[in-house]
Design a protein. Structure first.
Lengths: 248, 288
């Protein structure tokens, strides 16, 4: 990633939930256009780290800069950063009372303040990109899990973010629907989007990741390019983890 | 209860063909069966009540004069059609309840939002208001409004009644709003935040529309409750349904007939409300 500018800079981040320390002195830099995959056992702090990046969690200590904006508690910077950072959740979190199209146009119309016609055109463009243009007028409950997650990806893309965060996007899906979501993510990666993905889909990671990160107990244990990461991880904990999930 | 029944209906009707018809029949029979006991109990209780009133009235030599009651509902005289006192009292009760309910809705939403907000002062104020109102007998609250706030702010008895009922029910309504808002999953907030919506926009476009279905049944109960508690304003002589009943009895001594009539009129209002809300619930049901 030499020569590319850093777009997310995390310095000495700590996060406590009561007594429990979810993140312990985490520092990490993501460059523009980089595709980073974060893995690790559950409870290792991967999701918390991701959620700190768009401030769904308030860090307990440390500094975080996104696209040149330092994230403090201030409301205005917070909203600006959230419009630059899209997020896809494990449970999709679509708005069940709105149609697919309304899910997609809500943010652009209310936050970006663009006209309905333009927002609709944009929504249709991104539904096309995730290959479900025909579902525009349905309600989320009428779609399969894989379709819902692709709508969620399109909803984030409609804000035209510079960074996309994925929080275990395929973990709540039936196995036969995982690939349609991963395909959409691969296409997104090919388009040059900066992506940070928390996932255990190692096939996807090998295909698209520039950087692999392994976390355990709230710390970054290993950070390396995928070749080195999968063939020769330097830490024992990471090797054990990979052995366990790559067994099958 | 309603949810369980809806599920049963959906499952029963969903299956096509003879199998589906059989399930539908079973379902209907099941519903009749499940309601047979309450209906039977209701009929027995009503029968006993009527029986006791009739025998009691007979024993004390009560002189039934039902024929005089219709005049208090409406009269057809040479001057034309005229509403009777009970009907006019009903209109006042409805107007009073509706105005109080609107105040309760507006104030209740504000109290609920304050309570849920990050503002320390705001949520403390909301809790103080709730505890004050909930721990005060409605009658005392009414006296406070009429005898204390009334002279200070120049409120007449009707305005004091509307405000008192509005404030009292605002406390109850705010808890319904709060429960409904909190019933919407945290994931909805996160998704709304992640696309940059502000707190106000999240409430308006995402959270409140989804809470309606959680809030409708208890809100209906509250509307019924407000109609019933409006009877209390008869103690400060606002001429609504209950006061009208008392006045008529003072003139005529028709206590049995008048109170039965007033009771039936209240029952008619509250049952109508319940049916209306069942209709609303079906309309606003959101698939999840």
């Amino acid at each position: 990633m030499a020569g590319r500018r850093p777009i997310i800079e995390i310095r000495n981040l700590d996060k406590f939930f009561g007594e429990f320390q979810a993140l312990n002195d985490v520092s990490l830099t993501v460059h523009a256009g980089e595709r980073m995959v974060i893995c690790g056992p559950s409870g290792s702090g991967k999701s918390t780290l991701l959620r700190c990046i768009n401030r769904l969690e308030e860090p307990s200590a440390g500094r975080l800069t996104v696209d040149g904006i330092e994230l403090t508690g201030a409301k205005e910077t917070l909203r600006r950063v959230r419009t630059e950072v899209g997020m896809v959740f494990q449970q999709f979190n679509l708005f069940p009372h709105l149609t697919v199209l309304e899910n997609l146009t809500l943010g652009p119309m209310r936050v970006r303040k663009i006209a309905r016609s333009e927002a609709t055109a944009r929504a249709r463009k991104y539904l096309d990109r995730v290959h479900i243009p025909e579902q525009a007028d349905k309600y989320p409950a009428e779609l399969s899990g894989g379709q819902q997650q692709r709508v969620a990806i399109a909803r984030s893309l409609c804000m035209e973010p510079r960074i996309m965060l994925f929080d275990e996007p395929t973990s709540a899906l039936d196995p036969e629907m995982i690939n349609e979501v991963l395909d959409a993510m691969v296409e997104l990666a090919d388009s040059g989007m900066t992506m940070v993905c928390v996932t255990h889909e190692m096939g996807f990671a090998r295909k698209v990741a520039d950087t692999m990160v392994f976390m355990d107990n709230g710390e970054i244990v290993e950070k390396s390019p995928p070749d080195a990461f999968f063939s020769n991880p330097s830490s024992k904990r990471c090797r054990m983890f990979l052995d366990r999930i790559l067994e099958h | 209860m309603a949810g369980v029944m809806d599920d049963a209906v959906v499952r029963g009707v969903g299956k096509p063909g003879a199998d589906g018809r059989q399930r539908w029949l079973q379902n209907v029979l099941g519903q009749v069966k499940s309601r047979a006991i309450p209906v039977a109990l209701y009929l027995i209780v009503m029968y006993l009540l009527v029986r006791v009133s009739l025998t009691g009235a007979e024993a004390m030599g009560y002189n039934w004069q039902w024929y005089r009651i219709p005049d208090y509902l409406f009269r057809l005289t040479d001057d034309g059609f005229q509403w009777g006192e009970i009907s006019l009292g009903l209109v006042t009760t409805l107007a009073l309840s509706l105005q109080a309910f609107l105040i309760a809705l507006a104030a209740g939403l504000i109290v609920a939002l304050l309570r849920l907000s990050d503002l320390v002062v705001g949520s403390a104020l909301a809790v103080a208001f709730l505890e004050f109102v909930r721990n005060m007998p409605l009658l005392v609250l009414l006296y406070l409004f009429y005898y204390v706030l009334g002279p200070i702010f120049g409120l007449d008895r009707y305005a004091a009644s509307v405000l008192c009922l509005g404030v009292y029910h605002a406390a109850l309504v705010s808890e319904i709003f709060r429960a409904g808002i909190q019933a919407v999953s945290a994931g909805q907030w996160e998704a709304a935040r992640s696309i940059g919506l502000s707190t106000g926009q999240t409430y308006r476009f995402v959270v409140l529309p989804q809470s309606i279905k959680f809030m409708l049944p208890p809100m209906a109960g509250e509307a019924v409750h407000i109609v019933k508690s409006s009877a209390i304003v008869s103690v400060i002589a606002v001429v609504e349904l209950t006061t009208t009943g008392r006045n008529i009895i003072a003139d005529t001594y028709l206590s049995f007939e008048v109170w039965f009539t007033v009771a039936v009129v209240y029952l008619a209002i509250t049952l109508t409300l319940s049916i209306f809300v069942t209709f609303l619930e079906k309309r606003y049901a959101v698939k999840t």
